[in-house]
Design a protein around this ligand. Structure first.
Ligand code: FAD
Ligand code: NAI
Length: 477
């Protein structure tokens, strides 16, 4: 083997977990390679994983475009802007999304060059143990044999299949097909009212589809603070999303141009709904396809996740795993944090990921964002807490924006006043939540936030006011 292909660190998978781990490892002085199998339509490398290609980035591009369309059609008039002849140019909307994806792919390739990470386009698989670690074979567009002292597995996840309803990406769509429907479906069905169901359901509703969501559980967004979830349910329903909870899905039958879904509704009554397209978004499963972990005895759990300890060490010395392929929330920023921490641990440093302060965001309109504990979790854990809420209705900037839906909610320890959770449903919640994350990371109290000067007029004043409300001293409500 040529010395050229001997590495200190080989990362398998170039999604947010893998490419960030590779960059950090290279920054720390390791000779690093990253292998990624994703190809674009032209067969060229498309690093960035699910997030860049069929996840975070394209979904946010379509959410933005469809929101502009909705505003032009329904919100501009109130601002005194009359629009006539408004038309949807869906091919352009999809093309813009594809351009943004490609910019991100190319950006990652540039970052690899800048940081001297060797990139291999192909499938990486364990060959076996080598003197100095492991042999990794690359097959696909590139063929190579690498050796590495340290291997970071970052192979991500795939959409979970519903038995009897294989994804064909034409009528029955995973996230991939849901991001590329070539004509607005008249009737769109969505199975699963989770993050993807609500985000993609919102995109297609805004551009004209009649969207029905069928959710198995009797509660809406069970992981979200109940008060926030209730408010969101009310707002989404008002927008026209038909959300049916407590559905038991039966047979799914494909016609030539449509799909029928038989289900029992929450009362137990048998129903059949026929859709032009059906998105199935019922969670994701870890991906270790083609990794050949058996060659080295890489341990998986019963659900297929790579088994790791709290610090992302697998059962094998020198082999680590990060991101969607291991336990914990399937979020790009969680994958990135783990990637950085692992590279630092390999360097003998004390990489750290605080699972208590990982923010969640659902990019609907209004957005839903939270960090820390929900009220129902605190109750279940018997923690004494105080709550404070503040509605965007009473925020001047929200009124000026014309988006006054939702609220900010603080939960703080009843004795120490330490912030235990912050929950937002409202405009730009994705950005507002950062203040709460920083505050919680520094173990701030709600009084700390209440005493900090926030710019006026800004949405962030609603965060300050909710913190004030914990002590029942909101000034503007
Ligand atoms: P992935 O991004 O899945 O990357 C894994 C990469 O490894 C892929 O490129 C794959 O081709 C490659 N690979 C797999 N096996 C091999 C192999 N053997 N050899 C070589 N390469 C291999 N998260 C957020 O935080 N915010 C969002 O807004 C958000 N939106 C989303 C929207 C959608 C529609 C979806 C589906 C997901 C979204 N997510 C979001 C989740 C986010 O995409 C994932 O949590 C994140 O991509 C996980 O990163 P990862 O690096 O672990 O895996
Ligand atoms: P999800 O876990 O968010 O939601 C799945 C929903 O499907 C749940 O409400 C579940 O109860 C329901 N469900 C499961 N089985 C069902 C069945 N048989 N019939 C009816 N309903 C059923 O999963 P989703 O939406 O597929 O997204 C996967 C993951 O991707 C998310 O959990 C998240 O980690 C990530 N993601 C993150 C985003 C973000 O951060 N903004 C955006 C999109 C995805």
């Amino acid at each position: 083997m040529s010395n050229e292909n001997q590495f200190d660190v080989v990362v398998i998978g170039g999604g947010p977990g893998g490419y960030i781990a590779a960059i950090r490892a290279a920054q720390l002085g390791f000779k690093t390679a990253c292998i990624d199998a994703w190809s674009n339509a032209a067969g060229k490398p498309a690093p960035g994983g699910t997030c860049t290609n069929v996840g975070c980035i394209p979904s946010k591009a379509l959410l933005q475009s469809s929101e502009h369309f909705e505003h032009a059609g329904h919100a501009f008039a109130e601002h005194g802007i009359n629009v006539s002849g408004l038309e949807l140019n869906l091919p352009q909307m999809l093309k813009r999304k594809d351009t943004i994806v490609k910019q991100n792919n190319d950006g990652i390739l540039f970052l690899f060059k800048k940081n001297k990470v060797s990139f291999f386009h192909g499938l990486g698989s364990f060959g076996g143990k080598a003197d100095e670690g492991y042999t990794i074979n690359v097959t696909g567009p590139t063929t190579a044999t690498l050796t590495a002292k340290n291997v970071i597995v970052a192979t991500g996840s795939n959409a979970r299949q519903l038995p009897g309803a294989e994804f064909d990406e034409k009528l029955i769509l995973s996230n991939e097909g849901a991001l590329a429907i070539e004509a607005v479906p008249g009737k769109l069905g969505v199975i699963g009212a989770g993050v993807i169901g609500l985000e993609m359901g919102s995109v297609w509703r805004r551009v004209g589809a009649d969207v029905t969501v069928l959710e198995g559980l009797p509660t809406f967004l069970g992981a979200v603070d109940e008060q926030i979830a209730k408010e969101a349910h009310k707002l989404f329903t008002k927008q026209g999303l038909k959300i049916n909870l407590g559905c038991k899905i039966g047979a799914i039958t494909k016609g030539e141009n449509n799909v029928s879904v038989a289900y029992a509704d929450s009362t137990g009554a048998e129903q059949t709904a026929t859709f032009d397209r059906l998105i199935i978004s019922i969670g994701r499963v870890p991906n270790t396809n083609g990794l050949n972990g058996e060659a080295v005895g890489l341990q998986l759990d019963e659900r297929g996740f790579v088994v790791v300890d709290d610090e992302c060490r697998t059962s094998l010395p020198g082999v680590w795993a990060v991101g969607d392929v291991v336990r914990g929330p399937m979020l790009a920023h969680k994958a990135e944090e783990e990637g950085v921490a692992v590279a630092e641990r390999i360097a003998g440093q004390h990489g750290h990921v605080n699972f208590n302060t990982i923010p969640w965001v659902i990019y609907t309109s209004p957005e839903i964002a939270w960090v820390g504990k929900t009220e129902q979790q605190l109750k279940a854990e018997g923690v004494a807490y105080k709550a404070g809420t503040f509605p965007f209705m009473a925020n001047g900037r929200a009124r000026a924006l014309g988006d006054t839906s939702g609220m900010v909610k603080f939960l703080a320890d009843a004795t120490t006043d330490e912030i235990l959770g912050v929950h937002i449903v409202g405009p730009v919640a994705s950005e507002l939540i950062s203040e709460a994350v920083v505050a919680m990371e520094f173990k701030a109290s709600s009084e700390d936030i209440a005493r900090i000067c926030h710019a006026h007029p800004s949405l962030s004043e609603a965060v300050k006011e909710a913190a004030l409300a914990v002590d029942k001293r909101s000034l503007n409500f």
